[in-house]
Design a protein around this ligand. Structure first.
Ligand code: CAA
Ligand code: NAD
Length: 313
């Protein structure tokens, strides 16, 4: 365990009950992944989305992903593998009713669109329905946890933490546990315990733009887009270069398409406008290429096209 993580665990472990029931709000690629992994590790899960279609898509995504895991877990027995998949899916209850969905939650993890106003409104609604002692968490990629929570009451702000998962959630081991100014040590300890209960490794960090991973990853992605805009090389060649020359599992354009170009645009536009210490930083200035793709609805893998075309795969 890291030094910082250890300090929090030993200082405040188990003052409040351990997290059992998990509600995930947002059934897109991240929310579905978080729901899936929580259910895999025996947590009863409620998955909330505004759209029934998104919940149906989320269920499909989870089914496919679980099938990959099950094939490795039970290589000799497809019947047992399918039973395991069905049991995990059976622990996930989908709903479009937020108030009902958060009513019994020990932990609510938000994974909706990367927009501060929308997230703040959602947390107002969550606070109106969730038990007072629930841990409230955001999976935001770039927004300050303290700002998302700023309209909540004092207890809620103490119970608010960042839980930043990585895509694809079932495969990526890390969860950044983000401590805002008002987050209590008990909340951090409960969050760390939860992260470990789902087989992930935590890294604790302060509430600064991009936390650890995205503060390093976003400049890299934007610099790759600018190489393309300056016509230094084709996207495919830049991707090949970074995979074979730097050992990255995906090139920057494959990664941008995987994350979602709308999410990347939300992140850089937000930081350029008012990111603490990042305002006006040229690394995050608008990119014509990125703006055009997003305006055309080419959001990456999830929409079938981004820097690359996925429609024929
Ligand atoms: N569900 C379950 N398992 C999955 C999976 C999924 N959705 N996707 C991949 N896997 C598993 C596979 O089953 C396979 O497992 P084994 O090695 O045990 O057989 C393993 O992952 C590798 O998968 P593949 O062989 O299909 O493909 P790959 O080797 O190309 O790996 C990848 C795929 C794991 C996605 C790899 O390309 C990778 O690590 N890419 C980089 C991902 C990354 O950087 N993510 C962070 C994005 S930034 C972010 O998330 C933060 C943010 O706020 C924007
Ligand atoms: P996505 O577009 O795949 O899914 C978002 C989902 O939220 C959609 O299903 C949408 O219907 C739903 N939604 C929107 N408003 C809602 C509301 N008010 N109530 C309930 N559901 C609502 O997005 P995503 O890629 O899963 O990203 C979600 C969050 O996770 C964002 O904050 C993003 O920055 C963060 N994140 C993304 C990645 C990534 O690689 N994509 C990685 C880490 C964190």
């Amino acid at each position: 365990m890291t030094g910082v993580a250890h300090r929090f665990t030993s200082a405040a472990a188990a003052q409040s009950a351990a997290i059992k029931r998990v509600t995930v709000v947002g059934g897109g690629q991240m929310g579905a992944g978080i729901a899936q992994v929580s259910a895999t590790f025996e947590h009863p899960v409620t998955l909330v989305d505004v759209s029934q279609e998104a919940l149906d898509r989320g269920k499909q995504y989870m089914g496919k992903s679980l099938a990959r895991v099950a094939k490795k877990k039970y290589p000799e027995d497809p019947k047992v593998a399918q039973e395991w998949v069905d049991a995990v899916l059976g622990r996930i209850e989908p709903t479009t009713n937020l108030a009902e969905g958060v009513r019994k939650a020990d932990l609510v993890v938000e994974a909706i669109v990367e927009n501060i106003g929308v997230k703040q409104r959602l947390f107002g609604d969550i606070a109106a329905g969730a038990p007072e002692q629930s841990v409230l968490a955001s999976n935001t990629s770039s927004l300050p946890i303290g700002r998302i929570a700023e309209q909540l009451n004092g207890t809620r702000r103490q119970n608010m933490v960042g839980l930043h998962f990585f895509n694809p959630v079932p495969q990526m081991k890390l969860v950044e546990v983000v401590k805002a100014n008002e987050t209590s040590e008990d909340t951090v300890a409960r969050a760390l315990e939860f992260v470990k209960s789902i087989g992930k490794a935590p890294a604790v960090c302060k509430d600064t733009p991009g936390f650890i991973v995205n503060r390093l990853l976003l400049p890299y992605m934007m610099e790759a887009i600018r190489l393309l805009e300056r016509d230094v090389a084709e996207a495919r060649d830049i991707d090949t270069a970074m995979k074979l020359g730097a050992g990255y599992p995906m090139g920057p354009f494959e990664l941008c398409d995987y994350v979602g170009l709308d999410t990347i645009k939300f992140i850089v536009d937000g930081w350029y406008k008012d990111g603490e210490g990042l305002q006006g930083n040229n690394l995050f200035a608008a990119s014509k290429k990125l703006d055009e793709l997003v305006a055309a609805g080419h959001l990456g893998v999830k929409s079938g096209r981004g820097f690359y075309d996925y429609s024929k795969k």
